[in-house]
Design a protein around this ligand. Structure first.
Ligand SMILES: Nc1ncnc2c1ncn2[C@@H]1O[C@H](COP(=O)(O)OP(=O)(O)OP(=O)(O)O)[C@@H](O)[C@H]1O
Ligand SMILES: [Zn+2]
Length: 569
């Protein structure tokens, strides 16, 4: 048994996540966590909401709510949706937690003592009318690059150029619309990432098994242009972790907070503390401190490509730079983007299908299966309603669902709702056991390598083997001359349903539970030896014919959904 710490990139608080966010982080992390648990490993699976920063403050202002109240509400909404998709977090924390405040301030102190934080005086836009500095999205103006009139202080949405608020032409405050802005001096803290470049590069170079997507992005940030840059870790905002050295004030930094990219990954650790303090487990340090037993933990992170720089460089700089015995990540699984019907998913433009909407129209397994079996691993992937319909109908309804239904209904009609006795395996059955053993070994290898699409393909192929067997063995014909052999074939079929339910659980947990319930085989173990696993349900064992496991998606409803989700949400 191994110990697996698993974290998903923490979703930003300012809205309901779309299916791209889901498949780029939380869902594959859940798949892996479920698989590791099923194989008997000890797992701590953590996620949280990322609650600080300007977009949260602006979203709260737009909703007419105090930001703390807005975040608490949105956290509850996201937690409920996570449950709806069966995301099996051991704890779903909040980056605004007191634990994260304390830990972020403690890291800042250690980094400062190690000489890795420097103070920088900058000029920033100040709005006398609003009585505050206007960082990032608090300011809008015309893009100096493309002339777009609503470019934000941090980035132009039209041409995607990264901007500094002082670059904007005719800047205005997004709070009040004020245009009488002035440049004022303000001091900020920077993390001296440049001083850690060699250490970080040496560490990345040891990660020869990481996905190319992960290491190539890290290398680009390390070496492109002038190399890895120091980054500001503070902002002039109200909502956030106050800048302190542990619990002592930081002279000159009054009224400032740490910035999101610095405090958000620290929440991975704080979340384990929250988990313990919520009474869900004990000894968080055993997962996170190498001096307290975390040496044998394997730590895997999941995220979309835009989060890779912060996880390969910035957060490791925080950990390494602290000089303290924190657990470093062992494997970073990153994803390309999922696109939507010829364009991008977009939260700000309300484009695509969002988690709440998806669950309104179909149960979670339909989405889990499609998203995971089409995960954007080697390339960007695209969601289309046609593809979704085809894949659900073929893989889930025609192959897996149909198999379970045919076997159980035939058994009920000829032998009753109990596993029939009689007959012994022949060549065809021995061949099936051999083929299935090979397929399941391949499935396990792909799951262990976190090759999500390939694992889905191997699982589907295992389902197909059962269908082909049933087609060839044709117990409905055998039954006429040789009921004993038909009984053996159906007994094998019933055992295959049990087997499929067990191995499919990481992908489609609800269907798995339904089938195990129908087979009265709850708590069945992961297969270890198919010869005996396929005889686990013995003659006389009672079962029930399950309700429809997966229904087909019709053309009319598919067209309906296509139209309904073609505009803005
Ligand atoms: N289209 C996408 N496909 C796959 N992963 C994505 C996609 N968009 C975002 N992600 C990932 O989703 C996770 C959660 O993202 P987050 O909540 O920060 O929203 P985001 O990146 O701002 O997305 P958006 O800009 O669409 O709101 C991150 O790991 C991010 O990399
Ligand atoms: Zn622009």
């Amino acid at each position: 048994m191994a110990r697996h710490l698993i974290t998903s990139a923490i979703p930003y608080i300012n809205g309901i996540k779309h299916l791209g966010n889901l498949v780029g982080s939380q869902l594959p992390a859940d798949l892996y966590a479920r698989y590791c648990r099923a194989r008997g490993h000890e797992v701590l699976f953590l996620c949280a909401t990322d609650e600080h920063g300007t977009p949260a403050e602006l979203a709260a202002a737009k909703a007419g709510q105090p930001v703390a109240e807005y975040c608490a509400e949105m956290h509850a909404v996201q937690a409920k949706l996570a449950e709806g998709f069966r995301l099996s977090f051991d704890h779903f924390g909040r980056s605004s937690s007191p634990q994260n405040h304390r830990l972020t301030q403690a890291f800042a102190k250690s980094l400062d003592e190690a000489g890795l934080i420097r103070e920088v005086s900058e000029t920033q836009m100040y709005s006398p009318q609003d009585g505050r500095f206007l960082p990032d999205r608090y300011i809008e103006g015309t893009c100096p690059n493309c002339g777009f009139e609503s470019a934000r202080g941090d980035q132009c949405d039209n041409c995607t150029k990264q901007l500094d608020p002082v670059d904007l032409i005719e800047p205005r405050s997004t709070i009040s619309g004020a245009t009488n802005l002035e440049m004022r001096e303000t001091k900020h803290l920077f993390l001296r990432q440049s001083a850690m470049k060699d250490d970080l590069e040496a560490w990345i170079d040891t990660k020869t098994d990481w996905p190319v997507l992960t290491t190539s992005i890290a290398k680009k940030w390390l070496n492109d242009g002038d190399g890895l840059q120091d980054r500001g870790i503070t902002r002039d905002l109200d909502w956030g972790v106050p800048v302190q050295r542990d619990d002592a004030p930081w002279p000159g930094m009054e009224g400032k907070v740490f910035y999101v990219w610095f405090d958000a990954p620290i929440e991975y650790i704080a979340c384990a503390q929250e988990w313990e303090e919520a009474g869900k487990g004990t000894d968080w340090a055993r997962w996170w401190r190498t001096d307290k037993g975390a040496d044998d933990v394997r730590y895997t992170q999941f995220m979309g490509k835009d989060n890779v720089p912060f996880h390969t460089l910035s957060f490791p700089a925080t950990i390494l730079g602290s000089g303290e015995p924190w657990k470093l990540v062992d494997y970073i699984k990153s994803f390309n983007y999922l696109n939507y019907e010829g364009g991008q998913f977009s939260t700000s433009r309300g484009r695509g299908v969002f988690m709440d909407q998806a669950l309104e129209i179909l149960p979670p397994d339909y989405w889990r299966w499609w998203l995971l079996s089409h995960a954007p691993e080697s390339n960007d992937a695209e969601f289309t309603w046609e593809n979704f319909q085809t894949s659900v109908n073929k893989d889930l309804a025609d192959v897996l669902g149909n198999f379970a239904s045919r076997v159980t209904k035939f058994c009920r009609s000829k032998f009753g709702e109990e596993v029939p006795a009689g007959g012994t395996f022949g060549d065809r059955e021995r061949q099936l056991v051999a083929d299935l053993s090979a397929k399941i070994a391949e499935y396990e290898a792909q799951m262990e390598a976190i090759e999500v699409r390939k694992a889905a393909a191997a699982l589907r192929a295992a389902w197909v083997l059962g269908n082909e067997y049933l087609q060839e063995a044709a117990p409905w014909s055998t039954f006429k001359e040789d009921p004993e052999t038909a009984a053996m074939q159906i007994r094998l079929g019933l055992n295959l349903i049990r087997l499929y339910a067990v191995i499919s659980a990481p992908f489609i947990p609800d269907a798995s539970a339904q089938l195990l319930g129908a087979m009265k085989a709850e708590g069945a173990d992961w297969p270890s030896d198919l010869d005996s696993d396929l005889q686990a349900l013995v003659p006389g064992h009672i079962f029930a014919v399950p309700d429809v496991t997966f229904r087909k998606i019709g053309d009319a409803e598919r067209e309906d959904w296509q139209a309904r989700f073609s505009g803005r949400r």
